[in-house]
Unconditional design. Structure first.
Length: 235
């Protein structure tokens, strides 16, 4: 039976330990929980099309938090310590875990995201008793499940669901890099740089098709050539 997904079913945890030995605590006293995906788009004005094509390049998620300050609460103590120390660089980094408790995968097992993140603190407002900060996702967001026992989550990455970095190198018949070649993987299109490389994120163990082409000048017209005479290397 369906129902409204309420705010208490989206559980946000931060890691006060290490990546090897996590010590997860839940953010409880926040009055905001907005998970913004912040999509990044790119336009390609292909010569064969009348209008440009917009491609969705990637997401850069972030979570805005307005934490009510309760002395003694783990979430306040953790964030205030970073506020007081003006933590930047590596000291501003940790891990975040988002547990979607409305999406059950078994008894006390729920769909989850785990990611490296930066804690960016913007304001302390003593009048409203709030600490405002953003959790900025970084690196690869791992998809998996969290088993929650006595309020403590244990994350397991879903096999084959992790994203991996993929480098596509395009070279001409003389083994020279091709700058500005258009490379498409599963509908995502990017251009190679001066070293003939284009960078993608794909699901681990997933099958995908790769296509590369380069627009070249022929007199006053342009033609699009498939890179059949070029070498396409994936690493």
């Amino acid at each position: 039976m369906g129902g409204i997904v309420k705010k208490n079913l989206i559980a946000l945890y931060l890691n006060d330990g290490s990546a090897q030995t996590p010590d997860w605590f839940r953010i409880k006293k926040s009055t905001a929980l907005s998970l913004a995906l912040n999509p990044e788009q790119k336009e390609y004005d292909y010569i064969v099309d009348e209008s440009p094509t917009t491609e969705l390049d990637k997401y850069k998620p972030s979570i805005n938090q307005a934490l009510t300050m309760y002395k003694g609460e783990p979430d306040y103590e953790y964030i205030f310590n970073r506020f007081y120390n003006l933590s930047v660089g590596e000291a501003a980094k940790t891990e975040a875990l988002v547990v979607f408790m409305q999406e059950s995968e078994g008894e006390n097992v729920f769909k989850s995201w785990k990611t490296e993140c930066v804690i960016s603190i913007s304001e302390m407002n003593p009048v409203d008793s709030t600490l405002t900060f953003d959790i900025l996702f970084g690196g690869t967001t791992k998809k998996g499940t969290a088993t929650v026992a006595d309020g403590v989550p244990a994350f397991t990455e879903t096999s084959g669901a992790a994203e991996i970095s993929l480098t596509v190198t395009v070279e001409d018949s003389g083994s020279d890099p091709v700058d500005g070649a258009t490379v498409t993987i599963n509908g995502v299109t990017k251009e190679t740089d001066e070293n003939g490389k284009a960078f993608f994120s794909v699901l681990n163990n997933a099958a995908f098709a790769v296509a590369a082409k380069k627009a070249t000048a022929t007199g006053s017209a342009y033609v699009t050539e498939a890179a059949t005479a070029a070498t396409v290397t994936i690493s």
